[in-house]
Design a protein around this ligand. Structure first.
Ligand SMILES: [Zn+2]
Length: 289
């Protein structure tokens, strides 16, 4: 299986093109198929699902006002964000990279979970009382899912509010206000005193294999998959959702746009996910508790 190997974050451009083109080819065989936007049909599938995997991406955070990392606003001062989120940039100038991450942490702290985050958290709490399970597999690092109340979250790109020591590898939560954090924070273990880095996955780095194993398990056992606020031609949705669809499991995409692979999914609901998700995940008439 593809996920058995660690995949580099967002892949290199050549890899991305490969993933996109192979998926586009697959969908040619079903080019007449169109995903349904029939909400009552989705609601039937939702009412039967016992194990729901939800893949979320930057679009969900964008609706809380957090700019997408690579979008038009993907510049911080004069640097491209892509040039700051690399291990090389950190070795060259850790304080500049930390300054950039302080800025991102401040934006995340100032943002609030939106209706999509809340609908997912409320759905997870409600379904768990019925012995059903919702797992969020997110590319977002801003903790807005946690702040909305979601519990079962796999953060495949790490977390802005965790640090990792480059010497001893210790990972710690860190919610201190950026203005109170030293320019280059150090490990608090006296014998280590190593440099701390943001515990996020940078360009050119591999994803955490323990987390990928858990993601693989979730994708293998889910009986409904939602793809929310992420383009399905970009890693990881490019691999995750089609993998679920190939098992014959319904996949529902909630996004502001369609992509070449959308036609391989069962459902597509276009529009802001803060509008579409609350309707989709509201209590179903068959739910008794
Ligand atoms: Zn250390």
């Amino acid at each position: 299986m593809i996920l058995g190997r660690c995949s580099p974050l967002w892949l290199v451009p050549k890899g991305l093109a490969m993933v996109g083109s192979s998926l586009a080819r697959q969908t040619h065989t079903t080019e007449n198929a169109r995903p349904s936007s029939d909400m009552s049909e989705f609601r039937k599938a939702f009412s039967k699902a016992k194990h729901i995997a939800v893949i979320t991406g930057a679009g969900v955070s964008a609706e809380s006002g957090i700019p997408t990392f690579r979008g038009a606003g993907g510049l911080w001062r004069k640097w491209k964000t892509q040039d700051l989120a690399t291990p090389e940039a950190f070795s060259r100038n850790p304080s500049r990279v930390w300054e950039f991450y302080h800025h991102r942490r401040e934006m995340a702290l100032a943002a609030r979970p939106n209706a999509a985050h809340q609908a997912l958290a409320e759905c997870e709490a409600r379904l768990s009382r019925q012995g059903r399970c919702v797992t969020i597999i997110t590319q977002n690092t801003d903790e807005l899912h946690q702040r909305a109340g979601s519990k079962h979250i796999l953060e495949i790109h790490g977390n802005l509010f965790k640090t990792r020591c480059v010497s001893c590898g210790e990972v710690e939560s860190n919610h201190r206000s950026p203005t109170q954090t030293p320019a280059t924070p150090a490990c608090e273990d006296d014998e280590c005193n190593g440099l701390l880095r943001p515990n996020v996955v940078w360009f050119g780095e591999t994803l955490d294999s323990d987390i990928l194993t858990k993601v693989e398990e979730e994708l293998g056992m889910c009986d409904l998959c939602l793809v929310v606020g992420t383009s399905s031609i970009v890693f990881p949705a490019a691999m995750f959702a089609p993998q679920v669809a190939s098992r014959g499991v319904p996949v529902a995409e909630f996004n502001t746009e369609t992509t070449p692979v959308t036609s391989g999914f069962t459902f597509h609901f276009q529009g802001p996910c803060g509008t579409t998700l609350p309707r989709a995940l509201a209590r179903h008439e068959t739910e008794v508790i």
